[in-house]
Design a protein around this ligand. Sequence first.
Ligand code: CA
Length: 226
Amino acid sequence: MNRIMIVEDEPRITAFLEKGLQSSGFVTTVVTSGKTAVSIALDNDFDLIILDLGLPDKDGLTVLRELRGQGMPIPIILLTARDDITDKVLGLEQGADDYITKPFRFEELLARVRARLRNAVASTAYSDLTLSFNNILMDLRTRRVQVGDRVVELSAREFTLAEIFLRHPDQVLSRQQLLDHVWGYDYDPGSNIVDVYVGYLRKKLGGTLIETVRGMGYRLNSSASQ
Ligand code: CA
């Protein structure tokens, strides 16, 4: 589950963001002060920060600069009420990943949040080049997959789905998480596409490999018989 830190002092906006993000499956933490935002961000394990530029005690751009100065690698999306293009340009130059101008529709913000989280997953995905699990070997560079000595052909979607599982062995992944990572935010959440593709992977990689966790999702099962 992704954790999002919201740095904003206006209660109307924090309530709006929290309600929307929580109902979309995110865990949120609100910080209303720019002065404490940096230490709270460093002390916690957030996946993304939404940072308002107009804070009462410290300018949002300063907070941004300090976060990046401390090596904070996660995506940061700026909120700005200002029409001043200079702030947006400065923000992007100083390490923000995106910005959104108030007033905004929640869907617009959500799309950006999800896109940034997907990019963050994708950029770590290329940091190491092979993944292995039991007798399965995935080469992320050549996109070659082997089960034991046997080479298995996977489609692009199947490959991405298998990669997510191999990166999170024994962890339950919800259908929504898998949809978000593999198909993107614009997919119908009521669709059974995840179940269909898990079925394809079971056929190709081994039937007991991916376990159904009733009511929760799927898990790559390291105690599966091979
Ligand atoms: Ca504000």
